[in-house]
Design a protein around this ligand. Sequence first.
Ligand code: NAP
Ligand code: MG
Length: 490
Amino acid sequence: MQTYRNFIDGAWTDAASGRTLDVLNPATLEVIARVPDSGPEDVDRAVRAARRAFDAGDWPQTSARERGRILFRLSEYLGKNAARFAEIETLNNGKPLAEAREDLSDAAFCFEYYGGLATKVRGDVLPVPGNVMSLALREPVGVAGQIIPWNYPLMMAAQKLAPAIAAGCTSVLKPAEQTPISVLELAGAFEEAGLPPGVVNIVNGAGETAGAAIVVHPEVDKIAFTGSCEVGKIIMREASATLKRVSLELGGKSPNIFFADAEFEAAIEGALFGVFLNQGEICSAGSRVLVQRSIYSRLLDAVVEKAKKIKVGPGLSPETKMGPLVSQEQYDKVLSYLEVGKKEARLVLGGGRPKHLPKEAEKGFFVEPTIFCDVDNSARIAREEIFGPVMAVIPFDDEEDACRIANDTPFGLAAAVWTRDIFKALRAVKRLRAGVVWVNHMQPAPVEAPWGGYKQSGFGRELGPHGLDEYLEVKQVYINLNDRPIGWYR
Ligand code: NAP
Ligand code: MG
């Protein structure tokens, strides 16, 4: 049990109110930490520190090389402490330790990647008419407010902080109140890595108070948000009062499409991996499994057989393949969708709480891997984001039908297609309205490649070079090379 504080202007401080929030281990419901329950006053201190650091002092003078090296040092720190951080992630989020280790490796590489990219920011020279030199410079956008969810706590922090640092921005980051520990532990390494005070500030607290205060603060230039569509809409509205730049990574109801000619064994695993990874708490979860009729029963039976063997339990147990959901709120939400699903479709696996859990985990937020089949795409379990281990299996006739059903959703984050016919795959790639399309895989999100949604899954991109662009403004410079009067007022 540890009590953490906010990290503001390079120092650890309590919330002005002195209030704290409990942080749980979702497998046991033990309180494992306390964090400040911050309000507008705390956010204001953090934003003012970020503003000062951006406008004056050492940070605006740092070279891209120096910022790159800071990022390399953060990456090294995570690499050296990966085992400890992975354990923290599992204790706090619930996910299996093997998955947390993967997250750590991605988070560490994310700092390394943007460390390398810091020195590759370039502008343009434009061919404007006259004796003129025209430049387009790329400059940091300013103070970034960064609000993140609880499903990939450290990875989400890394993919927001690393490009901001590379670009020369400063940040006020609010972790999800459920999973603040890993990023606070990382903040302990900021000074050693060479980050000047005020460049990265971490403010803990609830979304409705601390998060909302960041979004409306007039000294914040940009908001980067990952989370629900519902909150994304609030953020866009609230940020409009001060016309902040906004990037939104929201939810989805992503189709995972299996054609009859898909490699069968790969298809079974692909269907499971798409939606049961991270307990299904993934924005790009392949929660709609579309299967061509000629293989429908055979694939469904095989998927159900394999899903029965998924071991649900505390993330720290080595045999666990699925951990608990993150919170009571999420647990209640998913269970309520299971009841909705039982009225809308045919339940073929799971549908509730696992019967056998280890003694220490009896109170944890565990849900069985659940599969509904013969789902109509108009059902609520096919339209609404559940954010839990719930698969909706939908039959289709042909390519045309598959793409129509896949695109019939307000979301557009991701989609996957499984087939051995490259032409069929590429036709689907062209037709699917989604920001990420996988062929014969689902879920990899390499740090080097852009990530983000179409339609109501949001806008703006994270990761890859596009992720850095979100933290850069373009300044057009017009240089008149003649040193005589323009000659307009004779
Ligand atoms: P959420 O409410 O969207 O929260 C995401 C982040 O936004 C958290 O840090 C949250 O703070 C903060 N927040 C909440 N209300 C805010 C406001 N009015 N102004 C500024 N910030 C605000 O997501 P959640 O509560 O964690 O989960 C609810 C649902 O969101 C899930 O069931 C799932 O469908 C979806 N979700 C999607 C993603 C994704 O990656 N697309 C990730 C997580 C959740 P606090 O939560 O700390 O109060
Ligand atoms: Mg919330």
